[in-house]
Design a protein around this ligand. Sequence first.
Ligand SMILES: *[C@@H]1O[C@H](CO)[C@@H](O)[C@H](O)[C@H]1NC(C)=O
Ligand SMILES: *[C@@H]1O[C@H](CO)[C@@H](O)[C@H](O)[C@H]1NC(C)=O
Ligand SMILES: *[C@@H]1O[C@H](CO)[C@@H](O)[C@H](O)[C@H]1NC(C)=O
Ligand SMILES: *[C@@H]1O[C@H](CO)[C@@H](O)[C@H](O)[C@H]1NC(C)=O
Length: 401
Amino acid sequence: MRYKTLCFGFFFIFLAYQTYIPIPENVEEPWKVRVIHAGMKISALMGTLLENMGLMKFEEFFAILMEAQNTKPVSDENITVIDTDFSDIPVRLYLPKRKSEKQRPAVIYIHGGAYILGSFKMLPYDSVNRWTSNKLDAVVMAPDYRLAPQHLFPAALEDCIFVIKFFLQDKVLAKYGVDPTRICISGDSSGGTLAATVTQLLQDDPDYKNKIKAQTLLYPALQALDTLMPSHREYKHGPFLTREVAIRLTCLYLSEDKELPKTILRNAHVPQESRHLFKFVNWSDFLPEKYKKNHVYTMPVLGNLNASHPGLVDSRASPLLVNDSQLQKLPLTYILTCEHDILRDDGLIYVTRLRKVGVPIIHDHVEDGVHGAISFATAPFYLNLGLRLIDKYIICLKENL
Ligand SMILES: *[C@@H]1O[C@H](CO)[C@@H](O)[C@H](O)[C@H]1NC(C)=O
Ligand SMILES: *[C@@H]1O[C@H](CO)[C@@H](O)[C@H](O)[C@H]1NC(C)=O
Ligand SMILES: *[C@@H]1O[C@H](CO)[C@@H](O)[C@H](O)[C@H]1NC(C)=O
Ligand SMILES: *[C@@H]1O[C@H](CO)[C@@H](O)[C@H](O)[C@H]1NC(C)=O
């Protein structure tokens, strides 16, 4: 009996130690943030444990947790919600019911989840898209795309491009009453990476040039070259997204190589012949002084990886890796960055680079923001921070689309 109590005691001390982080002082509803963070830490531990026991893969365990949040397409008094396919790719459509003389704007929303997880079906995404459709009287189209590790880079991107081109056909836009001059592409986290990349590629394609009026990127990941920027250092333990989990999951999209995460954790993954790309992500050049604090720029240690990881240095996985003349062509861009986020500096650097070449930019930096907060804005957490971020996003769309 005593032995068992002792074991339990140690287990909880271990758990408390593993999940404890000092929650930033300025964060709203700190106890909720603490509970969510602990939940994510425990899930990561359980996932690791199950994988080591050979019962299931780390990412499979996370996928089960995500699937539990899936919703059915439910229409309400104002909008019809349907799940359908655009040429084999599943999409959920939100179609306003009100009669309208005018054509409507459209928002394409690409969900996040590190290319491994998630779906438009998840309650938080379904809610964001429903609110967007309702408040903007807009058509919202949310695609799913093939996920890693079953489908490696660039499968997710290919699906997004394909389904968006399908939607942009004149006859499809006409069918849903969409105004072809008022279309926006949005996404959060890795969905923001996909949104940014799709927007770049469409703008480079003579058939689709200038078809997108705006892109809205919510705490996007925009590069995989330097994983030791000031934000990676300051927020490596979260809250929510830790550097280790982010790298571990993203690697599953980029490569089958099990050693890759370790190399990236050391920031020694860029091959010599790609060293010229560092100038596109040099935080010493592009980060506003305020965020540099006492951090000293050192060029990442160059690795001896070779072409077996092409995604690592490809602008289709790291949209920051394109030059200024390509950036110049981009449409109005909204970027939301959160202070407490390893990906903060990706967003801040994109803001600087786009401003420099004259792209119209709207930037919201949320001082008490935490990465992924939107995913906790609905039941059971109702995290107020998430609701605030969604409000900012919808207000920006309302004013600019
Ligand atoms: C439907 O639209 C009305 C008027 O804009 C609004 O008051 C109501 O809350 C909307 N319903 C839902 C379920 O969002
Ligand atoms: C990064 O920027 C700093 C400051 O402008 C500069 O000294 C350094 O050489 C740059 N490094 C690379 C790899 O571009
Ligand atoms: C890439 O690296 C791997 C492992 O180090 C090696 O087996 C392979 O031959 C290399 N390929 C090329 C094209 O250099
Ligand atoms: C920018 O990149 C594009 C595509 O790689 C290339 O065609 C173009 O020449 C580059 N422009 C400059 C100024 O380097």
